[in-house]
Ligand binder design. Sequence first.
Ligand SMILES: [Zn+2]
Length: 139
Amino acid sequence: MCIFCKIVAGEIPAYTIYEDASVLAFLDISQVTKGHTLVIPKTHVPNIYAMRPDVAEGVFKALPNVASAIKDAFNPIGLNLINNNDQPLQSVFHLHFHLLPRYPDDGIHIGLEKATPNISKDTYEAIQSDIIQHLKNES
Ligand SMILES: [Zn+2]
């Protein structure tokens, strides 16, 4: 049983923020910033690729409520929603979403600067096509 499944089962203590039938939210033990919270499905799902729509529905219904509570509690200047999949970025292989409130001078840099200048229309369309052809029809 993975460490997050043990938290869900009550075998390991956690600072629970929110719980319903399918979702658990608890403080990340590292507290990268004040209020750093993890939102997880109670069922073991290793990563986003294995997340079925019913699991997504539960998680994404809970996320705005928990995010808003963090915002109201600590008045951050912003909040990052972060989900890491696969090594080396994912450390616990039970799907989880970080709610990371941000504060002035918190020293964290998450940059999504444009890495490739002057991308052609053909290149955009090739990338678009490469992804679309792998979409599955599921609801
Ligand atoms: Zn698990």
